[in-house]
Design a protein around this ligand. Structure first.
Ligand code: PMP
Length: 445
């Protein structure tokens, strides 16, 4: 019997699982043991369709041989090299490749790449770069960071402070000097929108309100997910991002898009910046950067920001920040191989071709028991259920367990089901997702 067979529960004790109800999980563990294409194999040898690309990260599908080969080769050639005061060619190569495909194209100038080890680290790096930049241009009073309700920006103290998750705010202390825009989730006005929600662009004016409250000269940056992901897939109201960009520009506030989920093809374009045609000053990425198979994050910063920080004595460290694993050679190897696959298979725009099928398939669930909203954009969907007697999340959790037992991995956040399958998904596999979900919803009733 495998040491991790569900029957052998003693071996489940030591691993303190993240973002998991450990005791509940360990009483009835769900364990995956292999993955290929868009399917996992569970430890009891069942095929599970990966409706979530792992955690929104395995965009090119699982088990890509070219990535495995590149990683293995790099491990043999050079496993690690110091990231401070030393370099290695592959990190420069990967940064140059990313710069050549940077969000918004060459005119956007988002082509200076700072590497981190995860999405959380990319976010905290971008927030620190924003404050350092303001100081470098003589705006040292600009230290305030603005996020948004229902935003998710990882779990560093910077990320939770600009994030909008009540459980982070209730349990952990926040950075001083942060504030939040209101979220854009509005079922009364926007439920079952196809395409971007029509109502809510004016919510961007919250930033004007915060400028009035705090003074523009105290605000360094605003960070938003172009499409909020982890808190339930919330596409922005039409015109919202444009309006936010405009207010930032008028007040000298940097705009950061957190594209940890939307980056690398999720919306049917390489980045959300390309999808919406709105150019921020920095973009944070992770997940699809390496197809999720080696941890890595990256910040795309504008040349304006980079160049301002490159002033001062040449021997001086321009940005006093970095990680042991910044530009890790093995992660860069995985990333380069991932970019090759994206290009060869046209995956960064494939979502646009398949989005109409995806949208119609998802919206066919309207009218099923408990479904109170369906939201899709690119190859991502949020299906919101009515909560059961005030027990938030209980109904969606039941559906999650039922789907897993019947061969589909979905993600739930509160009573919202989030779907984000690998970009290689085929139409019949979309049908399989819909059939499994529809059956599950009927059984819940
Ligand atoms: N930002 C966003 C928008 C995310 O979705 C996530 C992860 N879901 C993060 C940051 C944090 O990334 P990580 O878990 O790699 O630290």
């Amino acid at each position: 019997m495998s040491p991790l067979h569900p029957a052998n529960t003693s071996s489940l004790d030591s691993y303190w699982m993240p973002f998991t109800a450990n005791r509940q999980f360990k009483a009835a563990p769900r364990l995956l043991s292999a993955a290929k294409g868009i399917y996992y194999t569970s430890i009891d040898e069942r095929e599970i369709l990966d409706g979530t690309s792992g955690l929104w990260c395995v965009n090119a599908g699982h088990g890509r041989a070219a990535i495995a080969d590149a990683v293995s080769r790099q491990l043999q050639v050079m496993d690690y090299a110091p990231s401070f005061q030393m370099g290695h060619p592959i990190a420069f190569d990967f940064a140059a490749r990313l710069a050549a495909m940077s969000p918004g194209g060459p005119e956007a100038g988002l082509d200076r790449i700072f590497f981190a080890g995860s999405g959380s680290e990319a976010v905290d790096s971008a927030l620190k770069i924003a404050v350092a930049y303001q100081r470098a241009i003589g705006q040292g009073t600009r230290t305030r960071l603005i996020g948004r309700e229902r935003g998710y920006h990882g779990v560093g103290f910077g990320g939770i402070s600009v994030g909008g998750l009540v459980n982070n705010r209730r349990v952990f202390p926040q950075l001083p000097g942060t504030d939040h825009l209101r979220h854009t989730h509005d079922l009364a006005r926007n439920a079952f929108s196809k395409g971007l929600p029509e109502h809510g662009a004016e919510l961007a004016d919250d930033l004007e309100r915060l400028v009035g409250l705090h003074g523009a000269e105290t605000i360094a940056a605003v960070i938003v997910e172009p499409v909020a992901g982890s808190t339930g897939v919330l596409p922005p109201p039409r015109g919202y991002l444009e309006r936010l960009r405009d207010i930032c520009t008028r007040h000298g506030i940097l705009l950061i898009f957190d594209e940890v989920i939307t980056g690398f093809g999720r919306l049917g374009s390489p980045f959300a910046v390309d999808h919406f045609g709105v150019v921020p000053d920095m973009v944070t990425t992770a997940k699809g950067l390496t197809n999720g198979c080696v941890p890595m994050g990256a910040v795309f910063a504008s040349r304006k920001i980079h160049d301002a920080l490159m002033q001062g004595p040449e021997a001086q460290i321009e940005l006093f920040h970095g990680y042991t694993y910044s530009g890790h050679p093995v992660a860069c190897a995985a990333g380069l191989a991932t970019l090759d696959i994206y290009r060869q298979e046209g995956l960064l725009t494939r979502g646009a071709d398949i989005a109409p099928k995806w949208r119609d398939a998802m919206h066919s669930l309207a009218g099923l028991p408990h479904v109170i909203d369906i939201r899709t954009i690119g190859l991502v969907a949020g299906i919101e259920l009515a909560s059961r007697d005030g027990a938030i999340g209980a109904r969606a959790h039941d559906l999650f367990v039922d789907c897993f037992e019947r061969g589909l991995l979905i993600r739930v956040t509160g009573d919202i089901i989030a779907l984000s399958p690998p970009l290689i998904i085929e139409p019949d596999q979309i049908d399989q997702i819909v059939t499994t979900l529809a059956d599950g919803l009927k059984r819940l009733a």
